[in-house]
Design a protein around this ligand. Structure first.
Ligand code: HEC
Ligand code: HEC
Length: 215
C-alpha cells in the first residue's frame, strides 16, 4: 500500500511541502485555517510571518527549531497540520502547559498558520547519536505498535506527531503522560499503545526515536 506523501517527506522545502498538500493557509480575513492553495508567493509570505514570530519562540525552541532544553520539543520538521492542532489545543486549554496556554492565545490565526509552515520547512537533526548497542529492539517494537499511526519512519502526518529525532527527555515526559492517563494530555489509543509497549521497553524506544536520522 502506498504511504501518504507526508510519511515520505525527507528533504523538506516549501515546494515539496506544498506538493504534499500538508501546508496550512488562512482566509483573507485571517479567520479560518485550512489546507493551503497552490500559491507559493502567499506561502512564502506566511512563512515570513512565522519566522518573525519565531524569533521569540527561539528562546526555548532554538533558532532553527532545534530545542535548547531537554523538556522542550524540537519543532523543526514537525508536520504543519499537527503543529497547528497543538497551537490550537494550547490556546483553548485542551492541552495543558501554563506558559504555552497563555502564549498561544496571543497569536492571530495568520501567525499560527505562519508558525506551523515555518517550522515545518526546517530540517531536524537527530537529538542523540545511535547508541553503540544498537536500536534493534526499539525499531522492531516501533514497527509493530507505533508505525501505523506515526508512519514507518516516525515522520508523522497532520494528526500524528513526527517523533524522529525528537529530544529524549521530551519523549519520556510525554510517553509517561499517556502511560498513566493525566489531564495534561489525553488520547486513549496512545495509552493503549504505551500499555502494549510496557515500561521496561520505554528507554529502548526513546533511543531508537531520538537517534533516527531521516535527512
Ligand atoms: C519558555 C519556553 C518556551 C517558549 C518561549 C515557547 N515554548 Fe513552545 N513549548 C515549551 C514547552 C516546555 C513545551 C512542552 C509542553 C509539554 O510538555 O506539553 C512546548 C511545546 C510546544 C509545542 C508542542 C509541540 C509538540 O511536539 O507537541 C508547540 C507547537 C510550541 N511549543 C510552539 C511554540 C511557539 C509557536 C512559540 C513562540 C510563539 C513557543 N512555543 C514558545 C516551551 C516554550
Ligand atoms: C492509534 C494511533 C497511535 C498509535 C498506535 C501510537 N500513537 Fe503516539 N500519538 C498518537 C496521536 C494522535 C498523538 C497526539 C495526541 C495528542 O494530541 O495528544 C500521539 C502522540 C505521541 C507522542 C507525543 C509527541 C509530541 O510531539 O508531543 C509520543 C512521544 C508518542 N505518541 C509516541 C508513541 C509511541 C512510542 C508509540 C508506539 C509504542 C505510539 N505513539 C503509538 C497516535 C498514536
Amino acid at each position: 500500500m502506498a504511504r501518504p506523501i507526508s510519511h515520505r517527506l525527507r528533504h523538506v522545502t516549501l515546494a515539496t511541502l506544498l506538493a504534499s498538500g500538508a501546508l496550512i493557509a488562512v482566509a483573507a480575513d485571517g479567520s479560518d485555517a485550512r489546507p493551503a492553495p497552490p500559491d507559493l508567493a502567499e506561502l512564502k509570505s506566511l512563512v515570513e510571518t512565522g519566522r518573525s514570530v519565531a524569533s521569540f519562540c527561539a528562546n526555548c525552541h532554538g533558532a532553527a527549531g532545534i530545542s535548547k532544553y531537554p523538556d522542550v520539543p524540537n519543532l523543526a520538521g514537525q508536520n504543519p497540520g499537527y503543529l497547528l492542532r497543538q497551537v490550537e489545543a494550547f490556546a483553548s486549554g485542551q492541552r495543558k502547559s501554563e506558559f504555552m496556554n497563555g502564549l498561544m492565545k496571543l497569536l492571530s490565526p495568520r501567525e499560527r498558520a505562519g508558525i506551523a509552515n515555518y517550522y515545518a520547512s526546517l530540517n531536524v537533526v537527530p537529538s542523540m547519536p545511535k547508541p553503540a548497542s544498537g536500536v534493534a529492539g526499539g525499531a522492531a517494537r516501533f514497527e509493530q505498535i507505533c508505525a501505523r499511526c506515526h508512519g514507518d519512519d516516525a515522520l508523522g502526518d497532520e494528526k500524528h506527531p513526527r517523533l524522529a529525532g525528537q529530544k529524549p527527555e521530551y519523549l519520556r515526559i510525554n510517553m509517561e503522560r499517556y502511560y498513566t492517563p493525566t489531564k495534561v494530555r489525553f488520547y486513549a489509543p496512545m495509552t493503549a499503545a504505551m500499555t502494549r509497549l510496557g515500561r521496561d521497553n520505554m528507554e529502548d524506544m526513546i533511543q531508537y526515536l531520538s537517534s533516527l536520522d531521516t535527512n
